[in-house]
Design a protein around this ligand. Structure first.
Ligand code: G1P
Length: 294
């Protein structure tokens, strides 16, 4: 069966970006001029996904408004002849069919995915986490769907991270089958460095078989007292093969401050209208810094 549906969990509280996220969803924080969640939705669409369900929570209305029409704004831009902007604004509402469901209490990523079970039904589906933006020639999710089409097993997107960062991620252990593909033997959510079986980290892209919902149904809280998707995949792995795919592309962590700033800079440098001014500005700052050091 083809992978046509995707879940984007967006119910988290965004505590790492307070106070900015007190009244605004963290998924709406912009990288240059586009909310982070739009990059994620665009990757899903470019990978052939036809229906997306966003799992929201309290205070996330702005996400729904963003992907909806805004009649007044569109009319205003049309009257003023700002047609390029109009096109940009309309783009978000025309991307794909987006559905919403609310996670009524923040009980973790695993629970958020479980909330979308009725929408998914009995077919394989994708999960894209909003904290990870991936820049790649072939969209990350499309690479993973290609692997799914070949192996028909659940697949987790991974990349290697420095040893001292393993406690920030779900970590897998496994046997390397090809260059980029592992057969997973073990998964652990946010292990201490000393307990980590490897430095191969889960990077916010998954293709899952619907059997995962049976595992989530009975999943006990794990790391951080939350119902963890990683634990449910470990359980699924007892009954059917799970693979991990080391996808090609640069992954940006927009879920923490430094990563967010680096992403903003990288993406701005790739924009013709910003690149030169930004580089000038950086050299001014560096000149000042050198002058001080002397
Ligand atoms: C989640 C997952 C974790 C994964 C990470 C990637 O954690 O639980 O396994 O490695 O996303 O960004 P979070 O960062 O949401 O705590």
């Amino acid at each position: 069966m083809r992978v046509k549906k995707a879940i984007i969990p967006a119910a988290g509280l965004g505590t790492r970006f307070l106070p900015a996220t007190k009244a605004m969803p963290k998924e709406m924080l912009p990288i240059v001029d586009k909310p982070t969640i739009q990059y994620i939705v665009e990757e899903a669409v470019q990978s052939g996904i036809e229906d997306i369900i966003i799992v929201t929570g309290k205070g996330k209305r702005a996400i729904e408004d963003h992907f909806d029409h805004s009649i007044e704004l569109e009319q205003n831009l049309l009257e003023k002849g700002k047609l390029e902007l109009l096109e940009e604004v309309q783009k978000a509402s025309k991307l794909v069919d987006i559905h919403y469901i609310r996670q009524k209490e923040p009980r973790g990523l695993g629970h958020a995915i479980w909330c979308a079970r009725k929408f998914i039904g009995n077919e394989p589906f994708a999960v894209l986490l909003g904290d990870d933006i991936v820049k790649a020639q072939k969209p990350c999710l499309a690479q993973m769907i290609a692997q799914y089409d070949r192996y028909r097993s659940s697949i987790i997107g991974v990349q290697q991270v420095p040893e001292n960062q393993v406690s920030r991620y779900g970590i897998i252990d496994g046997q390397s089958l090809t260059d980029r593909l592992y057969s997973v033997s073990h998964l652990i959510e946010k292990p201490k460095q000393i307990d980590a079986p490897s430095n191969i980290a889960i990077m916010g892209r998954y293709i899952l078989n619907p059997g995962i919902f049976d595992m989530l149904e009975n999943q006990k809280p794990g790391a951080g007292g939350e119902i963890q998707l990683t634990d449910a995949i470990a359980e699924l792995n007892r009954f059917e093969a799970v693979y991990a795919y080391d996808f090609d592309g640069t992954r940006y962590d927009v879920g923490e401050k430094l990563g967010f700033i680096q992403t903003t800079i990288d993406f701005a440098l790739q924009r013709d209208e910003l690149r030169n001014d930004l580089l000038d500005y950086f050299s001014q700052i560096l000149d000042k810094k050198h002058a001080k050091i002397k």
